[in-house]
Ligand binder design. Structure first.
Ligand code: NAD
Ligand code: TYD
Length: 356
């Protein structure tokens, strides 16, 4: 069996659902259920005996020791993290606690367990750390996309904490021999995406008749990948990646934020036209920029393609259609995540645009 951490969050839940749809190997899912963790994402496997959910923290060393001893995993896939840049700007401490201290404890628990294994099991064991392209910093227009050799130049508390965790994972391999793999992926989008992030926020605000808040000039560029393509890449790296290596994952799909929002509005205009015939684009408002806002991310995923033969299955057009359709088909999921805590965040973050 494998241990997945953070499997009630956006990418982790997609990974667990796909994993169990594709094979019978059980998953132990360890998740703290922060505001971003949502068991509703896993409702379809509630009765599935192959999925064991444990409510807990990756920084809880005694719990980890118990789980490793009891379940004897062949691999750990670490998704658990604080993941939202804006929240990291308002409160960085939780990011250091989970992303750095939590990863440290998970590495230590993995190492203790791995050291106790027979040689053959040791060789087969993997610790796969899921990270982000944001550790590489920001690119100027025209600069080549990030390769795995790009220096780490994190600019936000979030990316700094992820960079620190990547360094720990690397060191646990070089110092202790733990068989690790690291993946650095670009921005994901798709089903179960918590609506504090750009794409789901824009879909939900548009449908609610609320402003669509574009930070700064909206010309910042992100490289978008459909979440299930990210999950397929992780599965490939887990099974066939070279131990100690880092793999970039991306969709070769750079878009400005303003273009993304325009495309979302275009789909909604087609599928949920406004009664007065106006476009959802009318709801776009330009708001104060994010402090230290990275201008451009772009991932060079050639290593993954050449070594492991991975390619994304979705284009941005097909992935965005699936995503917008999913939000239109799941109004109950949307209503349930917009709890009291979510409303408080929206009020704090977007006070000046009176979005709440
Ligand atoms: P998310 O915020 O949606 O989910 C994070 C999950 O981790 C939640 O279920 C949360 O409850 C859980 N969690 C948080 N702290 C925990 C702790 N201390 N112990 C156990 N569980 C804890 O995040 P996501 O977007 O699904 O991202 C998953 C991973 O992928 C993160 O490591 C993130 O850095 C990385 N990543 C995300 C993106 C993206 O675009 N979302 C891109 C590249 C990499
Ligand atoms: P986000 O989804 O928070 O991901 P990240 O910051 O990790 O890339 O934001 C994506 C881009 O969209 C980023 O450039 C910030 C921008 N953005 C807005 O313009 N308005 C918003 O309300 C949000 C949440 C993000």
């Amino acid at each position: 069996m494998i241990i997945v951490t953070g499997g009630a969050g956006f990418i982790g839940a997609n990974f667990v659902l796909d994993w169990l749809a594709l094979n019978d190997e059980p998953v132990l899912n360890l998740d703290k259920l922060t505001y971003a963790g949502n068991l509703e994402n896993l409702a379809s496997i509630e009765q599935d005996a192959r999925h064991v959910f444990v409510h807990g923290d990756i920084a809880d060393a005694p719990l980890l020791a118990h789980l490793f001893a009891q379940h004897r995993p062949r691999a750990v896939v670490n998704f658990a993290a604080e993941s939202h840049v804006d929240r990291s700007i308002k409160g960085p401490e939780a990011f250091v606690q989970t992303n750095v201290v939590g990863t440290l404890h998970l590495l230590e628990a993995s190492r203790a367990y791995w050291s106790s294994l027979e040689k053959e099991e040791q060789q087969a064991f993997r610790f796969l750390h899921v990270s982000t392209d944001e550790v590489y910093g920001s690119l100027e227009p025209g600069e080549p996309a990030f390769t795995e050799q790009h220096p780490f130049e994190p600019n936000s508390p979030y990316s700094a904490s992820k960079a620190a965790s990547d360094h720990l994972v690397r060191a646990w391999h070089h110092t202790y021999g733990l068989p690790v793999l690291t993946t650095n992926c670009s921005n994901n989008y798709g089903p179960y995406h918590f609506p504090e992030k750009l794409i789901p926020l824009m879909i939900i605000n548009a449908l609610a008749g609320k402003p669509l808040p574009i930070y700064g000039d909206g010309q910042q560029i992100r490289d978008w990948l459909y979440v299930r393509d990210h999950c397929s890449a992780i599965r490939q790296v887990l099974e066939r990646g070279s131990v100690g290596e880092t793999y970039n994952i991306g969709g070769w799909n750079e878009q400005t934020n303003l273009d993304i929002v325009g495309q979302i509005c275009g789909l909604l205009d087609e599928w949920r036209p406004l009664p007065d015939g106006r476009s959802y684009r009318q709801q776009i408002v330009f708001v104060k920029d994010r402090p230290g806002h990275d201008r451009r991310y772009a991932i060079d995923a050639r290593k993954l393609e050449h070594e492991l033969g991975w390619k994304p299955a979705e284009t941005f057009a097909s992935g965005l259609r699936k995503t917008v359709a999913w939000y239109l088909e799941h109004p109950d999921w949307v209503a349930n995540v917009q709890s009291g805590a979510y409303r408080t965040w929206m009020q704090t973050q977007y006070a000046e645009t009176a979005l709440a």
